[in-house]
Design a protein around this ligand. Structure first.
Ligand SMILES: *[C@@H]1O[C@H](CO)[C@@H](O)[C@H](O)[C@H]1NC(C)=O
Ligand SMILES: *[C@@H]1O[C@H](CO)[C@@H](O)[C@H](O)[C@H]1NC(C)=O
Ligand SMILES: *[C@@H]1O[C@H](CO)[C@@H](O)[C@H](O)[C@H]1NC(C)=O
Ligand SMILES: *[C@@H]1O[C@H](CO)[C@@H](O)[C@H](O)[C@H]1NC(C)=O
Ligand SMILES: *[C@@H]1O[C@H](CO)[C@@H](O)[C@H](O)[C@H]1NC(C)=O
Ligand SMILES: *[C@@H]1O[C@H](CO)[C@@H](O)[C@H](O)[C@H]1NC(C)=O
Ligand SMILES: *[C@@H]1O[C@H](CO)[C@@H](O)[C@H](O)[C@H]1NC(C)=O
Ligand SMILES: *[C@@H]1O[C@H](CO)[C@@H](O)[C@H](O)[C@H]1NC(C)=O
Ligand SMILES: *[C@@H]1O[C@H](CO)[C@@H](O)[C@H](O)[C@H]1NC(C)=O
Ligand SMILES: *[C@@H]1O[C@H](CO)[C@@H](O)[C@H](O)[C@H]1NC(C)=O
Ligand SMILES: *[C@@H]1O[C@H](CO)[C@@H](O)[C@H](O)[C@H]1NC(C)=O
Ligand SMILES: *[C@@H]1O[C@H](CO)[C@@H](O)[C@H](O)[C@H]1NC(C)=O
Length: 658
């Protein structure tokens, strides 16, 4: 028996990490932190710049917080190798040379990062600078001789088939072999070298990069505009589950302190990079950075979320596109949870985090990181003021899971009347299942009254279940008259009914059914494509007992429109989809990417990966309800086509759809 338990333990701990092959070089157990020349100095670094910023990392106290890798990005090398084939530096820019630069950095107690390229030239050429393609072995050895600690490896001038253009976002062969070969040569050195894969998200690296590197860039470069944050988060959404110790999704270097964002924007950027477990690589000029920006990157709690030993990335829980906010959350060590609510609007607002949206009902302690406040006994929801483009970043501890309301936390009693509040509901429905657990099993048949409805509870009962009506929101009350005292109540959502795009909807205009490969477009196996402002999918859904007519619905959608060259402009990695019920204004949902496979060499699998997000719709009535999926108003967006639609889950309750 003991052997069996040990085997089971061994099996479960191994299987947790062996889903994908992973590089084990002992580095980046938590996301790497450091500084890089690029965001401030582009491809024009020099020795003075690197020396002064490395010094500043130490003197400002950043090194003590973990920012230790100092990397000189593009611009450092020259067109020609030495006569013996070795890569070398630009002597005008780095008069002391790279080995000496490394010693300087090491003497400060920091780590020496070098930048290379898996193509024939570095990014930023011309003036031409040699890349490592076809020279991986000798270059890895040279890097080893220079005693580097990390290599950021880029992807410019790498596609042989098209004559080595600066960038080709859909090459005829995967970048993977070019990164693998450098990884192997680095591992052959007797020096652990952190390997940062930077190929801009081509060929969905989350599936292969963890086997050969310590981090992978999830997408194209961050740009110095606020809109870049939304674009990058939309690309991170389907990749964050691949994060784990030693292998991190790289959202690109920080723009905190480069004077392109406001402080609330910098807080949003830094919070989300931190909790999604991106490496935190400063891009600012540390010799002139403002104290306010510095304070953002020195916020110890946020750094601790990034460096938390659990290493699980936060994920997108809910997005309110019409109202301009969204919630991400994830687990931390010590049974804590971190959650971020982003205010996308430019004005300051009071916004509410409903704990059920992050799987919780209660938190014994809450700390609001950016406003410095804290609170104990948080029931159901938490509201705070958030600056325009700012983020409510909270750490929650002493939590209990969604749906459970212990009396001592949620009920107030007067005589035999117990009032539970605040009770949360995602939908308005009469079919919430309320389970009452008594403090002691009953020793006689008992009459109780739940929200004015009498119920007889048989003798010997310890629990009783009844249906209750709740309205969508976090402001419900359940009142129970009961002589026996109540230990807790548990509220369970109404049952859902699934409407599949292909069988339960009628198509109009250009909308059409697309059949997917085996096991894809879950759970249906097909999807509706080519939805647009004039092309829809409609269903007539029967409902009764709809209360105030608001229903929570979950959309299974597919979006794989990745912003590669459009990432420099308005590319957002998003698509819109609208959900209209009867005559009510349709709800807009701007969905992130869902694809978890590459499109390049397979049969379009990235366009077959489903993701799910829920929205609250209104306008439901008794009888048949016309539900229309499309992209109403989409002619005003960047992309008139809606996200592809797989199906709809409606939380109506078991007897409401008969
Ligand atoms: C290094 O770069 C800085 C900032 O761009 C510049 O002021 C300085 O002249 C440069 N030094 C050298 C040696 O190129
Ligand atoms: C070194 O960098 C300077 C400044 O960018 C440039 O003018 C010069 O051509 C470079 N030297 C070589 C050999 O590429
Ligand atoms: C090539 O020459 C440089 C400069 O003399 C030297 O540092 C390097 O070790 C040499 N490389 C090889 C592979 O011999
Ligand atoms: C930043 O803070 C330091 C130390 O608190 C102070 O000496 C310095 O004057 C501040 N700089 C600015 C620009 O406020
Ligand atoms: C976390 O919760 C579990 C289950 O409630 C408990 O056994 C464990 O001691 C808790 N750990 C910490 C660090 O609080
Ligand atoms: C309730 O049930 C218990 C045993 O299940 C029994 O001993 C008791 O007499 C019952 N009470 C009444 C009032 O029927
Ligand atoms: C919550 O309910 C109370 C009592 O019905 C009401 O006064 C209050 O305005 C409601 N709050 C919200 C946010 O709906
Ligand atoms: C959901 O459906 C199951 C089985 O059909 C039923 O037993 C249960 O009561 C339903 N729950 C709700 C909340 O309607
Ligand atoms: C969806 O369509 C299928 C096939 O016609 C049908 O069997 C199923 O009952 C429909 N689903 C709903 C929820 O109406
Ligand atoms: C972007 O990429 C697409 C497909 O590779 C290409 O057709 C288009 O011309 C590119 N646009 C720009 C602005 O480079
Ligand atoms: C989605 O709709 C919003 C609001 O109309 C618009 O600003 C945005 O550009 C649209 N997104 C896309 C990808 O078209
Ligand atoms: C429908 O919308 C699509 C996408 O905007 C457009 O290409 C097409 O011309 C429109 N068709 C009609 C009939 O308006």
């Amino acid at each position: 028996m003991i052997l069996l338990i040990i085997l089971l333990f061994f099996y479960s701990s191994v299987s947790a990490t062996s889903l994908y092959a992973r590089l084990e070089n002992g580095l980046a157990r938590t996301p790497q932190m450091g500084w890089n020349t690029y965001n401030t100095y582009s491809c024009h670094p020099n020795e003075t710049i690197v020396h002064s910023n490395a010094q500043a990392l130490v003197s400002l106290g950043l090194a003590d917080l973990g920012y230790r890798y100092v990397t000189t990005d593009c611009g450092w090398s020259v067109a020609d190798r030495l006569p013996n084939g070795t890569l070398t530096w630009n002597e005008t820019l780095f008069p002391s040379g790279f080995p000496s630069l490394g010693r300087y950095i090491h003497d400060l107690g920091l780590l020496f990062g070098v930048y290379g390229d898996s193509g024939i030239k570095l990014c930023g050429s011309p003036p031409d600078q040699a890349g490592s393609l076809y020279h991986e072995n000798i270059d890895a050895k040279t890097f080893g001789e220079w005693e580097i600690d990390s290599l950021k490896y880029d992807n410019c001038y790498s596609d042989a088939a098209t004559g080595y253009p600066d960038a080709n976002y859909s090459p005829s062969v995967s970048p993977e072999p070019r990164y693998s070969i450098m990884s192997r040569y680095l591992q052959a050195l007797n020096r652990p070298i952190l390997f940062q894969i930077c190929e801009w998200g081509i060929d969905f690296p989350a599936l292969w990069a963890p086997a050969i590197g310590n981090s992978w860039r999830i997408g194209n470069d961050i740009i110095p505009h606020w809109r870049t944050v939304f674009r990058i988060l939309n690309q991170a959404a389907p990749q964050v589950s691949f994060a784990s110790s030693g292998q991190w999704p790289d959202l690109d270097m920080l723009e905190v302190g480069t004077e392109v964002f406001t402080i609330p924007e910098e807080q949003t950027h830094f919070s989300l990079w931190a909790i999604l477990k991106s490496p935190l690589i400063i891009g600012a000029d540390l010799t002139s950075i403002s104290n306010d920006s510095l304070a953002v990157m020195m916020e110890k709690d946020v750094i601790s979320f990034n460096q938390d030993i659990i290493g699980t990335s936060a994920s997108l829980q809910r997005r309110w596109s019409d109202d301009g906010y969204e919630v991400w959350s994830g687990p931390l060590s010590g049974n804590r949870t971190v959650a971020a609510l982003i205010n996308w609007k430019s004005e300051e607002r009071r916004l509410t985090l409903d704990l059920p949206d992050i799987g919780l009902q209660y938190a014994g302690e809450l700390r609001n990181i950016w406003d410095g406040s804290s609170m104990t006994v948080v029931r159901t929801s938490y509201t705070s003021k958030i600056a325009g483009h700012g983020t409510m970043l909270v750490e929650l501890g002493g939590t209990s899971p969604v749906g459970i309301y212990p009396s001592e936390l949620f009920s107030s009693s007067r005589g035999d009347t117990h009032t539970f509040a605040p009770i949360y509901a995602r939908s308005s429905s009469a079919r919430y299942n309320l389970a009452i657990t008594f403090a002691h099993c009953l020793s006689t048949t008992t009459h109780i009254i739940v929200n004015s409805v009498p119920e007889a509870v048989p003798n010997s009962t310890c629990h009783v279940s009844v249906f209750v009506t709740l309205a969508a929101g976090s402001n419900n009350t359940i009142t129970i008259h009961s002589v026996p005292s109540i230990k807790s109540i548990q509220v369970q959502e109404p049952n859902s009914t699934y409407y599949a795009g292909d069988t339960n909807f009628t198509l109009s205009g250009s909308a059409r059914i697309v059949t997917c490969g085996e096991g894809f477009c879950q759970p249906v196996g097909a999807k509706i494509g080519y939805l647009s402002p004039n092309s829809t999918a409609a269903a007539h859904i029967p409902a009764t007992l709809t209360g105030d007519g608001r229903k929570y619905v979950e959309i299974d959608y597919i979006n794989n429109e990745i912003a590669f060259n459009s990432s420099w402009g308005w590319g957002s990695n998003s698509r819109n989809i609208t959900i209209g019920v009867n005559d009510a204004d349709p709800v807009l949902l701007e969905v992130p990417l869902s694809g978890r496979h590459s499109e390049l060499y397979g049969p379009g699998r990235g366009w077959w990966d489903t993701a799910t997000l829920g929205v609250l719709t209104s306008g439901w009535k008794e009888g048949l309800n016309k539900v229309v999926i499309g992209n109403e108003g989409g002619e005003h967006g960047f992309q008139p086509y809606a996200a592809d639609f797989v199906g709809l889950r409606v939380y109506l309750g078991a007897d409401e759809d008969a």
